[in-house]
Write a protein that binds this ligand. Structure first.
Ligand SMILES: [Zn+2]
Length: 186
């Protein structure tokens, strides 16, 4: 299954276990909302990701736009996530900035009991009154990180670091400051 929905939309307990403690900021008490569209906006910085122990996001500057369209017995959530993230370059280990432009749709239906009907459809019981979108945002951003993360041109990489890494490969490092890098799997 898609990792996003192993976390699920009520994932604050999960996120808190990962040290992400600001999830309440992303909880929408939908029960009190009238029918129709409701816009939400958040600015996201690295604090959102920094305590998650598997996060690859070193830094970020993201704007989250969400339109929550409340209907009878269902809600449609339209996400637009824009900005930039910084991850580690696989080649030079330096920071690599990547643009982010994500659009995702998510649907929440009222049903008998909680069930992830598909990757985009969640069924929640009648008794639910709020929805935490932090796990969705978290996964949308993480899933946007490409598998191959390298500076587009080798000349954009940290040249000094590349040189040191080359030396390490050749086993010629004499600088103890770089010995720690020997343990990094390249
Ligand atoms: Zn690089």
């Amino acid at each position: 299954m898609h990792p996003q929905f192993q976390i699920g939309i009520n994932g604050n307990k999960y996120l808190k276990s990962k040290g992400v403690d600001n999830v309440k900021d992303y909880t929408i008490p939908f029960k009190g909302l009238r029918l129709g569209e409701h816009p939400f906006e958040w600015e996201l910085n690295k604090k959102f990701f920094e305590n998650a122990d598997y996060s690859e996001i070193l830094d970020c500057d993201l704007l989250i736009n969400l339109i929550l369209d409340k209907k009878e017995r269902m809600m449609e959530l339209y996400f637009r996530i824009n900005g930039r993230i910084s991850v580690q370059c696989d080649r030079c280990l330096g920071p690599l900035e990547l643009p982010v432009d994500i659009t995702e749709d998510y649907f929440v239906k009222i049903g008998a009991e909680r069930e992830e009907e598909s990757e985009e459809v969640l069924v929640i019981p009648e008794s639910d009154y709020e929805i935490d979108v932090a796990p969705l945002i978290f996964d949308y951003v993480l899933l946007s990180v490409p598998i191959k993360k390298v500076h587009k041109h080798k000349s954009d990489c940290d040249q000094e670091m590349l040189k040191k890494l080359e030396e390490l490969k050749g086993g010629q490092s004499t600088d103890p400051r770089w010995d720690a890098l020997k343990n990094i799997k390249l």
